[in-house]
Design a protein around this ligand. Structure first.
Ligand code: NAG
Ligand code: NAG
Ligand code: NAG
Length: 189
């Protein structure tokens, strides 16, 4: 008897809870809502697991939202599409297969960051996060460098300066020039 009554009550209440009131509240929030991604490029090395940080501001739960991560220029451009609580994988670019995740527990706090595992040089580029239901999108840049053990070469330049060249097979070369006297004083101090 009690059971039947509560079911009837629930059925009567549901339309009020999920109906007009709810949608009106969301749409006024949507106007002020921002999707904020890291403005700083995310720098990683080959093989790293990286997080591309994006969040809703002010904090609103993204639990029920479809979160779409893309990299324009790729075909297919989809990196990770999170819908109905899971990865919608039929649209995903194969080179990201099994290499991405969103933080399902964090969606409640508006954290829609995506993670890419074992970064590759080819992952470098501009990533877009979009949330179609609130018509927001933002982008974040990923830079992937490859660095092997650095090689330090000491060569003398014809201007009487000592040239230390630190070189890696990867993405940067740093050259330090020092006069011999400076090096001398460091050696004997
Ligand atoms: C999508 O995921 C399902 C289950 O995890 C898997 O069986 C299927 O092969 C996947 N499809 C693609 C295109 O990755
Ligand atoms: C996926 O992305 C890569 C670049 O990471 C691209 O070369 C490739 O053509 C895309 N498509 C498929 C089906 O892998
Ligand atoms: C989002 O979640 C990831 C993974 O837990 C965490 O590293 C990151 O700091 C979170 N971002 C924010 C804004 O809370």
């Amino acid at each position: 008897m009690f059971f039947t009554t509560s079911v009837v009550l629930l059925v009567l209440l549901v339309p009020f809870c999920s109906g007009n009131f709810h949608t009106r509240r969301i749409s006024s929030e949507t106007a002020l809502l921002k999707l904020v991604c890291s403005r700083q490029p995310i720098v990683a090395l080959v093989g790293d697991d990286v997080i591309l940080p994006c969040r809703l501001d002010p904090v609103v739960s993204a639990d029920s939202m479809t979160v779409v991560w893309t990299r324009p220029g790729l075909d297919p451009k989809y990196i990770h599409v999170h819908q109905d609580g899971q990865l919608l994988n039929r649209s995903q670019n194969l080179s990201y297969y099994f290499r991405t995740r969103v933080f399902v527990d964090e969606l409640t706090y508006g954290n829609v960051s995506v993670s890419i595992f074992k970064a590759r040089v080819s992952d470098e580029g501009q990533y877009w996060c979009s949330i179609p239901s609130i018509q927001k999108e933002a982008s974040v840049q990923l830079i992937v460098g490859s660095v092997s053990a650095p090689v330090v070469e000491v060569t003398s330049s014809n201007r009487g300066k000592m040239v230390l060249q630190c070189e890696s097979a990867g993405w940067f070369t740093v050259t330090i020039e020092q006069t011999p006297t400076q090096i001398h004083s460091e050696t004997w101090s």
